[in-house]
Design a protein around this ligand. Structure first.
Ligand code: ZN
Length: 303
């Protein structure tokens, strides 16, 4: 998960203007929920459909570079994309709450996600002690436990129950990549062949935001970890190639230019458009320390 810059993407017109269809649905939902106060267990949520027009999907693609906002898998090319409501519109797990229905068409509440992060699905989760072979073997067995965000949205503050409530009084445990830099809450473990994501650890222990987000979106699910392994292999290959060239460098300017271009090529993996760019950025950051030491030892100016 990486920081996403919503203010760099124009709000989609169908929501921002809003269109007649969106206005009508908002009005109908307000009447629907207005007739169901207080909310009861037997009530069912309103069926929204007007929040995911093509302009919304296009804007979400720009927001995340075509990747899932939670796990950073590529989603726009394989049809697995979902228009996710960060604050769930149809109910909240563990609470007698209608869901954040008044935010159903709010651009600031929408994120592009993959199906596996967004839906409640049975998944295998990778633990740090597992080997690559064990994970591959696990994939041919049937998972038993449900993971995925669905209507999970735990908070520490005061729950908003209507449009007059202040969302700022909530303290959501799920990281919103548009509002909170995930880098402060999540870190990467590259100590094995399996790149796992972990909560950062501070003086008060592991980040509760990191822990909740990893568990809720199943960010160490087996299929996802195996996809990350493929990206990590490319990163390792490119890094090893650069190290080899550095070790063989004989002072030639031509060779130095090749090394600099190789480094640029490696850093391209941390671009927004790339899948797993936060993992790549963390991996490159580790390598950059090594690169910087080498540059200084050779008496070279900054790249
Ligand atoms: Zn995802």
């Amino acid at each position: 998960m990486r920081k996403l810059e919503r203010d760099k993407v124009p709000a989609p017109t169908s929501l921002d203007a809003p269109s007649v269809a969106v206005s009508s649905e908002k009005a109908a939902a307000a009447v629907y929920y207005g007739a169901r106060i207080p909310w009861q267990k037997t009530h069912v949520s309103y069926k929204f459909s007007q929040y995911k027009g093509n302009d919304v999907k296009g804007a979400l693609r720009l927001l995340s570079g075509g990747n899932c906002a939670y796990c950073e898998s590529k989603i726009f090319g394989n049809g697995s994309r979902e228009v996710e409501h960060y604050r769930p519109k149809g109910g909240v797990d563990g609470a007698l709450h209608p869901g954040y229905w008044w935010l159903a068409h709010d651009w600031n509440n929408l994120l592009p996600t993959c199906r596996d992060c967004n839906k409640s699905l049975k998944q295998h989760i990778v633990s740090p002690s597992m080997s690559l072979a064990e994970v591959e073997s696990l994939m041919s067995t049937t998972p038993k436990h449900l993971y995925g965000k669905a209507m999970k949205f735990s908070i520490r503050g005061t729950r908003a129950v209507g449009h007059t409530c202040l969302l700022q009084l909530e303290d959501p445990l799920l990281i919103n990549p548009c509002e909170q830099d995930p880098k402060g809450e999540l870190r990467w473990n590259f100590s094995t062949d399996l790149p796992l994501i972990e909560p950062t650890v501070g003086p008060n222990g592991a980040s509760i935001y990191g822990k909740y987000t990893i568990e809720t979106c199943a960010l160490n699910r087996a299929a996802l970890v195996l996809d990350r392994v493929s990206t990590l292999k490319i990163l390792k290959y490119r890094r090893d190639l650069i190290i080899d060239r550095m070790n063989k460098w004989n002072g030639s300017l031509e060779m130095l230019e090749v090394i600099v271009k190789d480094v640029e090529s490696l850093t391209h993996h941390a671009d927004l458009s790339q899948p797993f760019s936060a993992m790549a950025a963390a991996y490159i950051e580790e390598f950059e320390n090594h690169l910087e030491q080498w540059r200084k030892a050779q008496g070279l100016p900054p790249f």
